[in-house]
Design a protein around this ligand. Structure first.
Ligand SMILES: [Cu+2]
Length: 132
């Protein structure tokens, strides 16, 4: 009798686990469909910076903005490409987030405190040409 109860419990546990897995998969699929429907906007604008460390800081700041899907800064061109959901944010919010991390953009100058806290090699020239 105990064995029967045990095997019933095992079957139920397996059943529950597989149910959970199926639910998870469905949720993922739904999410993918939603993101396909989102209106993504691509923009690019100038951002001053020097090196790979700047790249990390700038991209991290841009990616932190809710609605930003992807941000890539080009060290040679001093330019960032950003894809974002324009229902959630706008270009100005991204400019401001990057400026708050210490970096000049075309529209907003970098926060001075954040700039002075950057590693010395990252303290770029404020006269530097950008968006080349
Ligand atoms: Cu740097």
């Amino acid at each position: 009798m105990k064995k029967v109860i045990l095997s019933v419990a095992v079957i139920m546990a397996i059943g529950l686990t597989s149910c959970k897995n199926e639910t998870k998969q469905e949720t993922t699929e739904t999410k993918t469909e939603v993101s396909k429907d989102m209106a993504m906007v691509d923009i690019s604008f100038g951002v001053r910076g020097n090196c790979g460390m700047c790249k990390k800081t700038i991209e991290k700041a841009a990616n932190k903005v809710e609605g930003v899907a992807n941000a890539t800064w080009d060290v040679d061109k001093k330019k960032i490409d950003v894809s974002f959901d324009d229902a959630k944010t706008d270009a100005m919010a991204i400019h401001k987030a990057i400026a708050a991390s210490g970096y000049d953009t075309e529209k907003v100058s970098g926060d001075e405190d954040a700039y002075s806290n950057l590693p010395e090699c990252c303290q770029y020239d404020h006269e530097m040409m950008m968006n080349q």
